[in-house]
Design a protein around this ligand. Structure first.
Ligand code: ZN
Length: 147
């Protein structure tokens, strides 16, 4: 699926010479439209490379640039951040998983990543409940089966 580009000013140009070696998985605690609104607000200070939900894939930041998603700048420089439409009481839909698995498979191919060790939850980076109801192992296993 080709992403639909959405506006954000919340990123740093380039990656400071750092190679991409992680995918960081997030949940929005809301819909994809909520992520669009937050990232379009320059005072929010946050962004991600991609957002998935309600059957759509949005891109906010080029993979060449550093998105502000992990709460840790060195991790932001080395990672691609993906947001998923979900809430504490609402797991991602099967279509959100399908789009995420396609995207993560492509990213793992492009950067030669091992899905089992290099697709990581946000809470591995900083103390947070994120990615909440996202079943990360479901994504890892499906990507591993495709590579
Ligand atoms: Zn997160």
């Amino acid at each position: 699926m080709q992403p639909i580009w959405k506006h954000t000013e919340n990123y740093t140009g380039g990656r400071g010479g750092t190679a991409v070696d992680r995918i960081v998985i997030h949940y929005i605690v809301g819909t994809l439209a909520a992520a669009d609104a937050t990232f379009a607000n320059s005072s929010s200070g946050v962004s991600a490379h991609y957002g998935i939900g309600e059957g759509a894939l949005h891109q906010y930041v080029s993979e060449m640039n550093t998105a502000w998603h992990a709460g840790d700048f060195p991790m932001n420089q080395r990672s691609i951040g993906i947001e998923h439409s979900a809430d504490p009481d609402r797991a991602p839909s099967s279509s959100t998983y399908d789009i995420s698995i396609d995207l993560c498979t492509q990213i793992c191919r492009d950067y030669d990543l091992d899905p089992q060790t290099q697709i990581i939850p946000h809470h591995w980076v900083v103390a947070t409940a994120c990615p909440g109801t996202v079943d990360l192992q479901r994504i890892r296993d499906a990507v591993a089966a495709r590579l």
